[in-house]
Design a protein around this ligand. Structure first.
Ligand code: SF4
Ligand code: SF4
Length: 429
């Protein structure tokens, strides 16, 4: 076996912590049934164990980083981390995979279309991203040609942006019980900004004073998906600086953002900045985690005239697998008067969105989405709730293509539709 501490020239380079994951894997194969790409393709190199073996071979110089098969099988991975939840040995697959992809990207660009790479530079510049989303929604011929499948994903109509609408401080309604900082994300706010406004409105109704720090920027999740760890670390430093000193919980609705923000400590594990990054990461909390304990049947001004509603829930991978937040959103849904909650089969299996996967791997993404849509239709639900913008857009596309009128809502948006409050209606929630 080659020495991974001093890899041969041309081998994959991993951090010490990522390389350690290779030794934690005992090849048991318990992760295989959880892997969506293995379920569709049925071959070992498209399974977690197969990919771990490929990464090991590349790190030891047995397989070249230029090997097209290595790149193919790694690019097909969703980075959904379902294998982490299934692994009895505690392999941190996401850390290993993101390290491998970063090393591959530094030797030669991965297979994402060039236009997408250019587009990623807009992420981190929320104003530019909002502009692009608006232009995309107008569906001009040129934009359609440039954005391709992105166009099919964008929701129709103008989306209100929390960045543009939220005040620096949104007061609590009634007696103030707490203060929080809000993290709104960039893609989330550009394409589904109403979810952020709904989150702020619900928190305010629960007696929470909501602070909006305008210096916050993109979390870096999309950059990580395509190996841009250095760019993600630069964004992390800006966010940590933006929220420094407030001491408040940082509440986030987008699961992909939350997973990355909670992982900022790992970004800087080998630097003096690690303690500051880890302390910020501890303050990050998902919206459902934060409101879960507060939402009882009388905590919000429920609208008793709201019609009965059958609702199911799709777990975003980066909430269930990366953050282990599963029960809290279900608890909130079960607490809403008039809502009949029904569990979705394979609820925590990926929908095929996975950052930019539905653009870089359209066929595989479509096959994975088809399974998800079939499961949703089995439930007879009128609404499917999910808390990640990528999942929401992907599920909406799949249900539209299936010609089914199942609505896709975020948790915050559903809550605003079940309370009696003129302020919430005005907020766009
Ligand atoms: S992250 Fe998801 S797609 Fe990738 S190997 Fe693990 S389960 Fe399979
Ligand atoms: S990643 Fe975990 S579950 Fe999968 S083969 Fe390795 S030890 Fe087993």
């Amino acid at each position: 076996m080659a020495d991974r501490a001093s890899p041969p020239a041309g081998a994959l380079r991993l951090s010490e912590s990522a390389a350690r994951q290779l030794d934690v894997c005992v090849h048991c194969g318990f992760c295989l049934p959880a892997c969506p790409t293995f379920a569709v393709l049925g071959q070992e190199p498209d399974s977690p164990r197969g990919r771990i073996d490929l990464i090991r071979a590349a790190a030891e110089g047995e397989v070249s980083v230029a090997d097209p098969d290595l790149r193919l099988h790694l690019e097909r991975c969703l980075d959904c981390r379902a294998c982490e939840s299934a692994c009895p040995s505690g392999v941190r697959y996401g850390e290993l995979y993101e390290g491998a992809v970063a090393s591959l990207a530094s030797s030669a660009p991965l297979g994402a279309p060039a236009a997408l790479r250019v587009g990623l530079h807009a992420v981190g510049h929320p104003g530019l991203l909002r502009w692009a989303a608006r232009v995309g929604r107008r569906r001009g011929r040129l934009v359609r040609r440039l954005t391709g499948s992105l166009d099919a994903l964008l929701p129709a109509g103008e989306q209100p942006s929390a960045r543009e609408r939220l005040p620096v401080v949104l007061p609590a309604v009634g007696t103030k019980r707490a203060e929080v900082d809000l993290f709104v994300g960039c893609v989330q706010d550009a394409v589904l900004g109403r979810d952020n406004l709904a989150m702020a409105a619900v928190l305010s109704l629960l007696g929470v004073e909501v602070h909006f720090e305008r210096r916050q920027t993109c979390c870096g999740a999309l950059h990580l998906h395509v190996g841009g760890t250095a760019q993600a670390a630069r964004l992390a430093r800006r966010n940590i600086a933006a929220f420094a000193g407030t001491g408040r919980s940082v509440v986030v609705h987008g699961a992909g953002c939350g997973a990355v923000l909670k992982d900022y400590g790992r970004f800087f594990a080998e630097e003096a900045f690690a303690a500051e990054a880890a302390s910020f990461a501890k303050r990050v909390v998902d919206f459902s985690e934060w409101i879960g304990p507060l939402v009882a049947r009388d905590a919000l001004p429920w609208n008793s005239d709201a019609p009965p509603l059958r609702v199911t829930y799709h777990d975003p991978c980066h909430l269930a697998h990366a953050q282990s937040v599963r029960e809290q959103p279900r608890h909130v849904l079960r607490s809403i008067p008039g809502v009949e909650y029904v569990e979705l089969p394979d609820a925590d299996s990926c929908c095929g969105s996975a950052g930019v996967y539905n653009i870089t791997q359209p066929e595989l993404s479509a096959a994975i989405l088809e399974r998800k849509v079939a499961n949703i239709l089995q439930t007879d639900a009128e609404v499917v709730v999910t808390s990640n913008p990528g999942c929401a857009l992907q599920l909406r596309k799949g249900l539209d293509q299936a010609g089914r009128a199942v609505r896709v809502l975020s948790l915050a948006e559903l809550l605003t539709q079940r309370v009696r409050s003129p302020e919430v209606a005005k907020s766009g929630g």
